[in-house]
Design a protein around this ligand. Structure first.
Ligand SMILES: [Zn+2]
Ligand SMILES: [Zn+2]
Length: 209
């Protein structure tokens, strides 16, 4: 332990091991006899500050005992503490840096997902439009098929067909022309229904419906 002596009478504890020594709050060391002299005034004999002391022995608190320890011990402890805390700060900074990297990666990934979502939304719009067109196409052909079946069942043609047929017949009657109309085409049934046999310069199979 650090060499202890009285700051008032300069007595050494090593030479007077039976004499108690005290550490005052003002950081002055006072021996028992000198402390007895100042006990009435309760003021330090050296600096006059209020006297509040604790006896120097092995039972004194660590915060007081540290004043008598070898400073090198605290220097080593200081280095250990400094290195430990520096390592902890470096680890904390590394964690923060990795979090930033992860955030940047998440940001890039999110931007990619947003672009993909926009592309998919455009694709959905295009596909909906295409589906609507296909449905319209299917409905048109289903309706046409129904009309053809109905005509075959009734043995007659659709009103559109009849109108076209009447137009064709009336045109043929007024012009007395045997040339085929560009607006209408004959088929086998029509040939059989016609009251007059007709002959054409072109192959009529190209005009069949
Ligand atoms: Zn003394
Ligand atoms: Zn003092």
């Amino acid at each position: 332990m650090f060499r202890v002596h009285c700051n008032k009478c300069f007595r050494h504890r090593k030479t007077d091991p039976t004499v108690p020594f005290h550490l005052a709050q003002c950081r002055h060391v006072i021996c028992g006899p000198c402390l007895g002299q100042s006990s009435q005034e309760r003021k330090c004999l050296l600096c006059g500050q209020a006297l509040n002391t604790i006896q120097i022995n092995r039972d004194m608190p660590t915060c007081v005992a540290n004043y008598f320890e070898d400073p090198l011990r605290f220097q080593h402890l200081y280095r250990k503490i400094s290195k430990f805390q520096a390592d902890q700060r470096a680890s904390d900074n590394l964690g923060f840096y990795r979090q930033l990297q992860q955030l940047e990666q998440n940001k890039r990934q999110l931007e990619g997902f947003c672009k993909m979502e926009a592309q998919l939304n455009r694709k959905v719009v295009e596909e909906k439009k295409r589906i609507a067109e296909l449905r319209s196409y299917i409905a048109y052909h289903e309706d046409a098929q129904k009309r053809r079946r109905h005509s075959a069942h009734e043995g007659t043609h659709t009103p559109e067909f009849k109108e076209a047929w009447n137009t064709f017949v009336s045109t043929s009657d007024t012009t007395q022309s045997d040339k085929p109309s560009g607006r209408f085409c004959l088929d086998a049934n029509m040939n059989s229904r016609s009251t007059r046999s007709r002959s054409y310069d072109v192959d009529t199979k190209d005009f069949r419906i």
